[in-house]
Design a protein around this ligand. Structure first.
Ligand code: GLU
Length: 466
């Protein structure tokens, strides 16, 4: 049997961490077995769904590299199909019209609650044989006795007493289908064989199983993945930091780091932490999915990110860093220069944003360079300025600005004046970069190039002593 999985987000928000992880697991499950991965946009709730959010979700999926084989299907375009199924359920006696107002139903629930019972719709329209009419919803006639048992791919056997359920709505009064109905119809018609989703949907599964049975469709396998928690062990939410996947792009995370980290959030393969997509496809299995919630740890994600920054080629990183530099500089940077600076930061930067921010001094015109006032006061005193001036004269004679040539020239100068490297290291760094932190001085000078190094040394000499 070929495996067919799906990711069916509701476009009521961005692609968030939890959704992306669900999408990834489904993507891996299908692709590993040469199956199909379907993307379906569940936009039946027209009031809360927007095309902008659909686009944002697709953008997030593309960024992560979670390509889909089919879709995106839009549920809003499939109303006729859902109605056919509702009609079928009405005709077969599995569903009925109900004209109870939302207030009536609230009152029923309240009474049940007061009597210490489960708050449910009491089924009063079940046998009234109502036809269609304004304000009437369609409810599913839930069997009154029995158990629904299924073998969850993640959690093992799960059993529900049908008495836990009530006659749930499958079509709203405005004619739009309810999630429970639409999801079953779509999964069945699209041939979905495995439904892997967050365990916040676990309580929907018995209702959906009843609908599959009433419609005569074969059941898929269900699997419910435990939620993602914040460090305080509460459900991950905005309080814990950015939820949107694309916000992590903005923060300078690589998609491969994100995919690697999300995969490990609820799935394990021994003690291994680093997995390329190819390795994930090779090693992923539902057996590796954990039964307890996982905790989102930004430090670990950052660690994974720095691993990918270290091991990626500068060619791969340069355009991404350029994109992050653009808003910092107010214009697109010279890509060839970005390509040169990337290797200077790869071993130390935790995020591409950190890299872009730290490297901005390479790109700004000397006159616009921001000098840290404290660094100037500390390191550019009269003696340091004299050294820098003399060094500038020496460097001006250098025909070649390579790291060895610069090392030799600076070494010769220090020898001549009988000073150690540290006498000029920080003054030079402040003059060239505006601050006290930068990659190796000679590498920095080689990348800045002769013209800009001389220009900056001259400019630094004009800064007013603090
Ligand atoms: N549209 C639902 C959601 O976004 C899909 C749930 C499911 O996978 O069945 O939560």
């Amino acid at each position: 049997m070929s495996i067919v999985t799906r990711f069916p987000p509701s476009p009521t928000g961005y692609l968030h961490i939890g959704g992306a992880r669900t999408a990834l697991f489904n993507f891996l499950l299908a692709r590993k077995h040469g199956g199909r991965f379907i993307l379906r946009i569940e936009d039946t709730d027209q009031a809360r769904s927007t095309p902008e959010m659909t686009n944002a979700i697709l953008e997030g999926m593309r960024w992560l590299g979670l390509t889909w084989d089919e879709g995106p299907y839009l549920q809003s375009e499939r109303t006729a199909i859902y109605n056919e199924h509702v009609d079928k359920l009405l005709a077969s006696g599995h569903a009925y019209y109900c004209d109870c107002s939302p207030e009536d139903v609230d009152a029923m629930r309240e009474r049940a609650r007061a009597a210490g019972l489960k708050p449910k719709y009491d089924g009063r329209c079940r046998e009234r044989n109502l036809g269609p009419g304004p304000g009437r919803v369609v409810r599913f006639k839930t069997p009154q006795t029995g158990k629904i048992v299924f073998d969850d791919m993640v959690k093992g056997t799960i059993a529900w007493d049908v008495q836990e359920l009530d006659d749930f709505i499958i079509r709203r009064a405005d004619g739009s289908p309810i999630y429970q109905l639409a999801v079953v119809v779509d999964d069945a018609l699209m041939g979905v064989t495995h439904v892997l989703r967050g365990d916040d949907h676990q309580s929907n599964t018995p209702k959906q199983i009843l609908l599959y049975e009433a419609l005569g469709y074969p059941l898929p396998r269900f699997g419910h993945v435990p939620m993602i928690l914040g460090p305080d062990k509460k459900k991950l939410s905005k309080r814990h930091g950015a939820m949107s996947v694309m916000a992590y792009k903005e923060m300078g995370f690589l998609p491969e780091a994100m995919v690697n980290y999300l995969a490990r959030l609820g799935w394990a393969h021994g003690d291994d932490e680093i997995f390329s997509l190819e390795e994930l496809l090779e090693k992923f299995s539902v057996e590796g999915l954990g039964r307890s919630p996982s905790v989102f740890d930004i430090h670990k994600l950052t660690w994974v990110n720095s691993h990918y920054i270290k091991t990626s080629s500068p060619e791969r990183l340069a355009p991404l860093v350029a994109e992050l530099l653009t808003p910092i500089l107010g214009c697109a940077p010279d890509e060839a220069l970005v390509r040169q600076i990337v290797p200077l930061y790869q071993s130390r930067a935790k995020t591409l944003r950190e890299m872009a921010e730290a490297a901005a001094f390479f790109f700004v015109p000397t006159v616009d360079l921001t000098y840290d006032a404290k660094a100037v006061a500390t390191h550019l005193g009269p003696e340091a300025r004299q050294h820098l001036e003399a060094l500038r004269a020496a460097l001006a004679k250098l025909p070649e600005f390579s790291v060895p040539a610069l090392e030799a020239a600076v070494g010769a100068y220090l020898n001549a004046v009988g000073q150690p490297f540290k006498t000029i290291a920080q003054p030079l760094r402040v003059a060239l970069t505006g601050g006290t932190v930068s990659p190796g001085l000679f590498e920095t000078m080689a990348v800045l190039g002769k013209e800009r190094v001389l220009e900056r040394l001259q400019h630094a000499a004009t800064l007013l002593p603090a």
